[in-house]
Design a protein around this ligand. Structure first.
Ligand code: SAH
Ligand code: SF4
Length: 365
C-alpha cells in the first residue's frame, strides 16, 4: 500500500505547487490551510468549500496525522508535561509552561539526540531519528486541541521554544519548514519574537541561519572555558568557543534583538568566580542576554544542582556588571519536566496502557 502524505508536512508554497501539479487550483491550498489551521477541522468530509473531486483525491493520497497523547501530567506550578506517541510508536516529550501573560510550549525536534551532552538525559539515548515538519508542528496542534478539550476552548499556546528533545539545527530543513508554518499567517501565525530556537552550537548550521526564518536564537553555552565545555558538550571538540563565536557573528539579527546565552549552572563545575569572569570576557553586554538554568538533577545524573546562594550570586554579579541576566525557574520538577527525563523513564517501563493507569505507574519513579 502506498503511504499517504501528511498534509501538515507542507508549507503553503509547497502545497500550492503540488496541487497545481496534480491539476487543482492554487487557491485550494489556501482553503485547505484555512480548514486545518484556522478552523482546526481535520476531517476532509467537513470541508464544505472543497470540491468533491479534490476531496476524493485528498482521501486517496493524503492524510492528517497528529501525535497521540499517551501520558500527561500537571505539576503543582501549572506546568503540563506530555508524552506523545508518533506513528512508528516512537515517543517524544512536549511541555507547556504557563507564565503571567503567556503559555509557552517546549517542542522536540528529534527522537533522541546525537550531540551527547554529558548532563542531558536525552543525550544519553543517542539519535533515533529526525522529526518530520508535521511531527513538529503537530505537537503544537495536538496540544492546542487537547487544551480546548481538557482545559478551556479559549486556552492558547502563545510561544514556542525548541528546547525539548533533539538538536534543532541537526534537523535543519524540517525545523525550518515547521517554523515557516508556525509563522505563516495562513497557518499558525505566531509572531517572530514568540519563537526561540536553542542550539548546542552546530557551527556549520549556525552559519546557515541567514536561510532560516528570523526567530530568536539561544545558544547553549554552559561554560566560557573550552576544557569545561568539552567535558559537558562533546560538540565543543569539533566546534570550540572560537569557532562558535565566529559563527554567531554571522547570525542576522533584527534591530534591538539579542542572542540569548543559556548557562546551565552545575555545582562545582562552572559556578566559580573564574567562570563568571570568563563569561564576561566572552560576552558583549549589549548584544547578549544570559539565561542561567540551574542544573536539574535526575536519578543517576553525575552532576549536582547548584547551591541557591551561588546561583543568586552568579546572577546578581552578572547584572551588576551590566548584563541582562535571569535565572530560569525549575518548572515541573515533580513531574520529571527536565529535558528527556520523562521519555527515558517511560521507555524503561515500556507499557502502552490507558492514560490513567500509566500515570500511576510513572509516578512510581
Ligand atoms: N539541543 C538544544 C535544545 C534542546 S536542550 C540545546 O542543547 O540547546 C534545551 C536546554 O535544556 C539546553 O539549554 C540544555 O542545556 C537544557 N538541559 C538539558 N539537560 C538539563 C538538565 N538536566 N537540567 C537543566 N537543563 C537541562
Ligand atoms: Fe542534545 Fe541539547 Fe541534550 Fe545536548 S542538551 S544532548 S544538544 S538535547
Amino acid at each position: 500500500m502506498q503511504m499517504k502524505n501528511n498534509l501538515l508536512d507542507y508549507t503553503m508554497e509547497e502545497l500550492q505547487d503540488v496541487l497545481v501539479a496534480e491539476g487543482y487550483s492554487k487557491f485550494s491550498a489556501k482553503q485547505i490551510f484555512d480548514w486545518i489551521y484556522k478552523k482546526k477541522d481535520l476531517n476532509f468530509d467537513n470541508w464544505s468549500n472543497i470540491s468533491k473531486k479534490l476531496k476524493v483525491h485528498l482521501d486517496e493520497f493524503y492524510e492528517i496525522t497528529l501525535p497521540e497523547v499517551v501520558w500527561s501530567g500537571l505539576s503543582k506550578d501549572g506546568t503540563r508535561k506530555f508524552l506523545l506517541k508518533l506513528s512508528d510508536n516512537e515517543t517524544i516529550e512536549s511541555v507547556l509552561i504557563p507564565a503571567r501573560d503567556r503559555l509557552t510550549q517546549c517542542v522536540s525536534s528529534q527522537v533522541g539526540c546525537a550531540i551527547g551532552c554529558t548532563f542531558c538525559h536525552t543525550g544519553t539515548q543517542g539519535l533515533k531519528r529526525n522529526l518530520t515538519p508535521a511531527e513538529i508542528t503537530g505537537q503544537y496542534l495536538k496540544l492546542t486541541l487537547w487544551l480546548a478539550e481538557n482545559v478551556h476552548v479559549e486556552e492558547r499556546i502563545t510561544n514556542i521554544v525548541y528546547m525539548g528533545q533533539g538538536e534543532p539545527l541537526h534537523n535543519f530543513n524540517n525545523v525550518k519548514k515547521a517554523t515557516i508554518n508556525f509563522l505563516d499567517d495562513h497557518a499558525f501565525g505566531l509572531g517572530q519574537r514568540r519563537i526561540t530556537l536553542s542550539t548546542s552550537g552546530l557551527v556549520p548550521k549556525i552559519k546557515m541561519l541567514h536561510d532560516f526564518p528570523p526567530i530568536n536564537i539561544a545558544i547553549s553555552l554552559h561554560s566560557s572555558n573550552n576544557d569545561t565545555r568539552t567535558e559537558l558538550m562533546p560538540i565543543n571538540k569539533a566546534y570550540d568557543l572560537e569557532r562558535l563565536f565566529e559563527a554567531i557573528k554571522t547570525i542576522p539579527l533584527k534591530a534591538h534583538r539579542r542572542i540569548t546565552y543559556e548557562y546551565l549552572l552545575i555545582d562545582g563545575v562552572n559556578d566559580q568566580q573564574s567562570d563568571l569572569d570568563g563569561l564576561c570576557e566572552l560576552l558583549n553586554r549589549r548584544e547578549s542576554k544570559i539565561n542561567i538554568i540551574p542544573f536539574n538533577e535526575y536519578p543517576g545524573s553525575e552532576y549536582k544542582k547548584p547551591k541557591k546562594d551561588v546561583t543568586i550570586w552568579f546572577m546578581n554579579e552578572l547584572n551588576r556588571r551590566g548584563y541582562t541576566c535571569t535565572v530560569r525557574q525549575a518548572k515541573g520538577d515533580d513531574i520529571l519536566a527536565a529535558c528527556g527525563q520523562l521519555k527515558t523513564e517511560y521507555d524503561k517501563i515500556n507499557l502502552w496502557k490507558p492514560e490513567e493507569e500509566k500515570s500511576e505507574r510513572l509516578r512510581l519513579f
